[in-house]
Design a binder for this molecule. Structure first.
Ligand SMILES: [Mg+2]
Length: 244
């Protein structure tokens, strides 16, 4: 069985015909895949994806950029408390928010999640803002990770957590082999997934941040965009697995 750990926005979603074709393929081969979504979405946005945006039901989900893991049985999402305990050790949300406020140039996205705080930033100042925030973290003794995606979204999450680490934790816990795991993504917040696993699909519409990180490594660079790109990559890997 293949474990597919895939980002949602810009990877599976983004082209309705591509989504339709990909879903058709996954449904036809449902017994061959353990499907995990790995996304910046929270649980409400995940459900919206399932019920109004056409995503098929996964077997597990890594939400809020790796800060939450859920296993799914009969459509019921159950949070993994062991993961929560692991990442909460060094997390101080209030101090992270105060540090962001002190930079004076981060606008809150207004979402309150237990292990993630999200901001809008000015794309032209992304590197400068990252450095400023890192300085504040040092001064305030905050141990956290900064993830910037699409240049304008900045997330702060616990230091020992990201989509990749969450994926590693999940497959180990479920006894799924890493060598039959395929990741898929389109942007900078998927880089960690590609660092944790050795097989992956970079969709044709991927941002340069992910392309650069995936460069010169043995990942499948799809020509097609979004769902079509994931499908192209899955067919490539399925054929490769058969010939090994
Ligand atoms: Mg994405």
């Amino acid at each position: 069985m293949i474990t597919l750990i895939s980002d949602i926005d810009g990877t599976i979603l983004g082209d309705s015909q591509g989504l339709f074709e990909l879903n058709g393929f996954l449904n036809e081969n449902r017994d061959k895949f353990f499907i995990v979504y790995a996304t910046g979405r929270d649980i409400t946005e995940m459900h919206r994806g399932l019920f109004t945006e056409g995503l098929i039901m996964p077997d597990a989900a890594i939400l809020s950029t790796g800060s939450e893991i859920y296993t799914v049985e009969n459509g019921i999402f159950t949070p993994d408390t062991e993961w929560e305990n692991t990442i909460s050790v060094s997390w101080n949300k209030k101090a992270a928010e105060e540090s962001a406020e002190q930079t004076g140039c981060m606008i809150t996205q207004g979402k309150s999640e237990k292990f993630k705080v999200s901001y809008f930033i000015e794309p032209s100042r992304a590197d400068e803002i990252r450095r400023m925030l890192e300085c504040r973290f040092k001064e305030n003794n905050v141990r956290a990770k900064i993830i910037i995606s699409h240049g304008k979204y900045l997330d702060i999450i616990p230091e020992n957590c990201d989509k990749g680490k969450a994926g590693e934790f999940l497959i180990k816990k479920l006894n799924k082999p890493a060598q039959s795991t395929i990741v898929a993504g389109d942007s900078e917040n998927d880089v960690d997934l590609f660092e944790s696993f050795s097989q992956g699909i970079v969709v044709g519409n991927a941002h340069s941040g992910l392309r650069l990180a995936a460069n010169n490594r043995d990942f499948y660079m799809a020509g097609a965009h979004c769902g079509y790109g994931v499908l192209e990559g899955l067919k490539y890997y399925m054929q490769r697995f058969q010939t090994v």
